[in-house]
Design a protein around this ligand. Structure first.
Ligand code: BES
Ligand code: MN
Ligand code: ZN
Length: 490
């Protein structure tokens, strides 16, 4: 996809014009309407299109406009054209014509600011994401025709400049989505680690620890999850030092279960293929580090990814096994399918022990119970720090990633006590997402910490957002990047 800023629309194949609620043509829309003796207004009046967000009306070959088609794009209420409204409109414009045969789409945003033009370019990038590398027989009419998007803006230089940091984020989201989309025969722990190692080209420092190194550190709880797989478990440690030298880093930890069969507590067959995206937390953290490096964020940050495959072979971990964590706490395995918390237990402990961070945020597709509690459009935030939780909750609405705070009631903590070990990895059905969070909390050593359960949001099958096509969301990259930008860069 080529995206260019232009000063004039010129002759367009498809020309997109914003329309506010009440069929109010924005920008050059009024002039175009006049030049066509009211064709645009007539087209709107004879349809149900009102200018509502995420709607569009395609008007073919109107005489008097230098375009083959005009796409009227809903931009919502005129007083409320914030960043997200622009993203929605630009994404909707792209989707309206992407399969039309037009190769070029021109977005007329000449009446908006350069920042808003950049925002639209960012949205088109996200909207145009596809994961088509394994499709060899796609019907030509299903392949997007639009190759170039020209965005009309009064200040091309300023829009180009404003797009730089946004482009870094879009690239990071794309990187994250690709990781989530890859099947587990391709993206196993060592391959995930290899792709992360390649991020050194952005100026990141990446270390990969194998099973030997992790065993030496005492990470037997993480290693237990991977011991039933022929694929070697990995720990990826990513550092971005864009802040003041010696400044305490902020830290992010991701669950990277490249495939989750459930292990010996094996999952039912139906839907098990979804578990290729059980590494969505690690993909979000990798994407975040990509974004921070890409836009040269003024912060010291660490990303730690626990990469394993949860399989049931002859060497697999059993229910009833007791394993010792890096923290020294012993864990009784009740259910080998509650594996994400085991991976995170050692990854969190390692992170605070080595880096002494200001705070840690972990992301994980941790529990099906999170979907039961919140449905598919909210991730749950669990935290021992109101300040940290608030900074995450504040970022959500700015990037269209919904978060809802969940409690960590101290009186529930004893539910996770084990008779024969210090803690067990699974208890009853009640409060399943909360008890998972309470388990994790025992491995944070009191450091300010937040856990985000992204089981609901890592993958979408019926997207309502033009900037998020069905499939891998890259959820969390934008949220955390925004949180860091707003609160922790110096
Ligand atoms: N990866 C799953 C959670 C999950 C389920 C993510 C559906 C996305 C969609 C996790 O490892 C798991 O299996 N959790 C168990 C925990 C239980 C055994 C305590 C669950 O949710 O059933
Ligand atoms: Mn599981
Ligand atoms: Zn899992």
């Amino acid at each position: 996809m080529n995206i260019a800023f232009v000063a004039e629309a010129g002759v367009s194949q498809a020309l997109a014009i914003l329309v506010h609620e009440g069929r109010a043509l924005a920008g050059s829309g009024g002039e175009h309407d006049k030049a066509t003796s009211g064709t645009l207004t007539r087209a709107m009046n004879s349809s149900r299109f009102t200018g509502a967000p995420n709607s569009s009306l395609v008007v073919a070959a109107p005489q008097g406009i230098k375009a083959d088609t005009v796409v009227l794009v809903g931009a919502g209420e005129s007083g409320k054209l914030d960043d997200l409204a622009i993203e929605t409109a630009a994404g909707a414009a792209y989707h309206a014509v992407k399969l039309s045969g037009a190769e070029t789409l021109t977005l007329d945003l000449g009446h908006l600011s350069a920042e808003q033009a950049a925002r639209a370019a960012f949205a088109v990038r996200l909207a145009a994401y596809r994961f088509a590398k394994y499709r060899t027989k796609e019907k030509p009419e299903k392949i997007p025709s639009v190759q170039t998007v020209n965005i009309v803006t009064a200040d091309v230089a300023a829009a180009t400049k404003a797009l730089e940091p946004l482009n870094a984020v879009a690239e990071a989201v794309t990187f994250s989505r690709d990781l989530v989309a890859e099947p587990a025969n391709v993206l196993y722990p060592a391959e995930f680690a290899r792709r992360v190692k390649e991020l050194e080209r952005l100026g990141l420092k990446v270390e990969i620890l194998g099973e030997k190194e992790m065993a030496a550190l005492g990470m037997h709880v993480l290693l237990g999850v991977g011991q039933g797989s022929v694929r070697e478990s990995q720990l990826a440690v990513i550092q971005w030092n864009g802040g003041k030298p010696g400044d305490q880093p902020i830290a992010f930890v991701g669950k990277g279960v490249c495939f989750d069969t459930g292990g010996i507590s094996i999952k039912p067959a139906a839907g098990m293929e979804d578990m290729i995206w059980d590494m969505g937390g690690a993909a979000a953290v990798a994407g975040l580090m990509h974004a921070l490096a890409g836009r040269k964020a003024k912060v010291n940050a660490v990303g730690v990814l626990g990469l394993v495959e949860n399989m049931p072979d002859g060497n697999a971990q059993r229910p009833g096994d007791i394993v010792t964590s890096m923290s020294g706490q012993t864990v009784e395995i009740i259910n080998t399918d509650a594996e994400g918390r085991l991976v995170l237990a050692d990854a969190l402990w390692y992170t605070q022990d080595r880096f002494k961070p200001k705070f840690m945020v972990d992301l994980a597709t941790l529990t099906g119970a999170m979907i039961v509690a919140l449905g598919l459009d909210y991730a749950g935030v669990f935290s021992n720090s109101d300040d940290l939780a608030d900074s995450i909750l504040a970022a959500g609405p700015k990037v269209n990633e919904n978060v809802w705070r969940m409690p960590l009631p101290p009186q529930y903590d004893k539910i996770m006590d084990s008779v024969n070990a210090d803690v067990k990895n699974s208890a009853g059905r009640d409060a399943g997402s909360i008890t998972a969070g309470l388990f994790l909390q025992r491995f944070t050593n009191g450091v300010p910490w937040a856990h985000i359960d992204i089981a609901p949001t890592a993958w979408v099958t019926k997207s309502t957002r033009p900037t998020v096509p069905d499939g891998p969301v890259g959820w969390g990259v934008r949220l955390l990047d925004r949180m860091v930008a707003d609160k922790y860069e110096n």
